[in-house]
Write a protein that binds this ligand. Structure first.
Ligand code: GLU
Length: 293
């Protein structure tokens, strides 16, 4: 008789980037993540995504933890609590990121690119390309055999070579079926930067995998990034988590809340005497309005 596999425990994460003070938009996405983890009887971890040291400040990290706690977030593992998958501070996870880079290199999934993001600004744009970065031109890929495998990534931009023409599909827990075409909706993307900083797509996939995250909850602005991350999971033979992309909060003018919208930072709202309950009620009202208009 075979024993049934134990049910896989839900593991979710909050992954804030400390480049400024947290605002209501972040809180809403994180709240969704917390509610989903609780509803599943699972665990929630906090990972500080400070990989871009030039943009992230220590003072923002401390403020962020304080704001999250004030708002009512409770996590099971984190930089302040520790846990079984250290470190919970992304800039201290470089060995995981380097190992992932190495595996991608060994599988020939990535290549060093002499072209910078600046060059890309002047590249011809695909007619359907949206506001994001221009598609990396396929003719800028180095010819096979024109570069050798280095020991370290530093000094070059490294890009993931996407399978042109292939559709990447996944079912999102909120947005439903998604489909993006490689080479058309997105091109070869950076996994490691010339200045030695690993890129978001690589670190987030490496860390979510290493920390055994079973569902990623984040804003719907990252749906396309999920297609890129799926290519990394597939290249390395990793099982991807489930995906749940939440709605983005907009201000009265319909603009997305950004960190620079200081008036809506949790700090300012708290200083103005708002309580977390009032703020949550506020976004419930916003959602109702959005559905009835
Ligand atoms: N640190 C990223 C952000 O703040 C997280 C994105 C993600 O959840 O994958 O946008």
């Amino acid at each position: 008789m075979t024993t049934p596999e134990p049910a896989k425990t839900y593991r979710g994460r909050l992954a804030p980037t400390p480049t400024g003070h947290l605002h209501l938009g972040h809180a809403r996405t994180f709240w969704l993540a917390q509610e989903r983890a609780r509803a599943a009887g699972g665990q929630l971890l906090l990972r500080v995504e400070d990989i871009d040291r030039a943009r992230c400040k220590q003072e923002f990290t401390a403020a962020m933890l304080e704001d999250l706690r004030w708002f009512g977030f409770v996590w099971d593992e984190g930089p302040d609590l520790g846990g079984p998958f250290p470190s919970y501070t992304q800039s201290e996870r470089r060995h995981f990121h380097l190992e992932t880079w190495r595996q991608l290199l060994e599988g020939r999934w990535i290549y060093p690119s002499a072209h910078s993001r600046k060059d890309l600004e002047h590249a011809p744009r695909a007619p359907h390309a949206g506001e994001g970065e221009a598609l990396f031109p396929a003719q800028w890929r180095p010819a096979p055999g024109t570069w050798t495998l280095p020991e370290q990534p530093d000094g070059s931009n490294w890009r993931f070579r996407v399978p042109d023409g292939e559709r990447l599909e996944f079912v999102d827990g909120r947005c439903g079926r998604q489909s993006f075409e490689a080479g058309r909706d997105f091109g070869d993307f950076v996994v490691w930067r010339r200045d030695g900083v690993p890129a978001y797509e690589l670190v987030v996939a490496a860390d979510d995998h290493a920390m055994q995250i079973t569902e990623v909850v984040r804003g719907e602005d990252l749906l396309l990034s999920t297609a890129r991350q799926l290519l990394i999971y597939r290249a390395l033979g990793w099982t991807p988590p489930a995906w749940f992309h939440g709605p983005l909060l907009r201000d009265a003018a319909g603009q997305r809340l950004a960190k620079r919208t200081a008036a809506l930072s949790l700090r300012e709202l708290r200083a103005a005497g708002k309580t977390p309950e009032q703020l949550r009620e506020g976004w419930a009202l916003m959602a109702d309005r959005a559905e009835t208009t």
